[in-house]
Write a protein that binds this ligand. Structure first.
Ligand code: ADP
Ligand code: MG
Length: 252
């Protein structure tokens, strides 16, 4: 649904930044991990959408990204494909405090995706499970308005890619159940909606917790349907030497 593949190559694409990697045209390895390519094939995605064509090489190339594209343009794959692919290749990161007495309570995900609502994080989680099939990556989802005890028990079984709403994630950080010190990929999806819903303080707090430049060398990706002033400011604060990608007509 959502994607019209007919006039696909007519969609205007704007890319700017330093040393922009060349877009991919197919879901074939490289740069994508062979297991991920198998999982994409199983899901019957035959070719990448314009957002995915650009975002995959930008992210696998180690760059930060600000991507603007309308709803239904395939932004979820745009971040999940390169993040999962690189995660498959690198394997789990060592846990920094593994010797601490109570450290087994705490989980150290290597990828974090934030989105504004329960519905959106649940959708992203479902896709993540599908594309992480048969890999070492265990996705988890947390959101407010649901039993936190159950979410904590689930995280306890393993949490490599965490999909979260900002408020519930802040709760779990305060309870010491999650550490963001291992985060290698930080994704803000529907960034404009998160700001509209008043999540900016929680987001800034969480991004600070991911800031371990010497330890994890984090990459940050922002996705948004629109590009208003407050999103531009957030991009300026969170992203380093980023590539700006805009697909289709994008409002501000
Ligand atoms: P957005 O986040 O930009 O609104 P989604 O990532 O939710 O878009 O994708 C919209 C729909 O298109 C979903 O149903 C998704 O499964 C499907 N889709 C995404 N990428 C592809 C692709 N490369 N080939 C076929 N369908 C796709
Ligand atoms: Mg989306």
């Amino acid at each position: 649904s959502g994607i019209n593949f007919d006039n696909y190559d007519d969609i205007p694409v704007e890319v700017s930044g330093n040393d922009i990697p060349e877009a991919i045209t197919q879901f074939t390895a490289p740069p994508l991990d062979p297991l991920l390519v198998e999982n994409i094939t199983l899901s019957r995605f035959t070719k990448p959408t314009p957002v995915q064509k650009y975002s995959v090489p930008i992210v696998t190339g180690g760059r930060d990204l600000m991507a603007c594209a309308q709803t239904g343009s395939g932004k979820t794959g745009g971040f999940l494909f390169p993040v999962l692919s690189e995660s498959f290749k690198s394997g789990p990161a060592p846990i920094p405090e593994a010797t601490g007495t109570f450290s087994s309570y705490k989980k150290y995900p290597t990828a974090l995706v934030m989105a504004p609502t329960r519905e959106l994080v649940s959708q992203i989680y479902d896709e993540a499970k599908k594309f992480a099939y048969r890999s070492w990556v265990r996705p988890c989802v947390v959101y407010g308005g649901a039993d936190i005890g159950e979410q904590i028990r689930n995280i306890g079984k393993g949490c490599d890619l965490l999909v979260a709403t900002p408020g519930r994630l802040k709760d779990l950080l305060e309870r010491g159940r999650i550490s963001l010190s291992n985060i290698k990929y930080l994704v803000l999806d529907e960034a404009d909606r998160m700001l509209d819903m008043g999540f900016e303080p929680q987001i800034r707090h969480i991004v600070q917790e991911c800031d371990m430049p010497d330890v994890n060398n984090r990459q940050t990706l922002m996705f948004s349907a629109t590009f208003p002033r407050d999103i531009q400011l957030l991009a300026h604060d969170f992203l380093k030497d980023y590539v700006f990608l805009s697909v289709g007509r994008v409002g501000s």
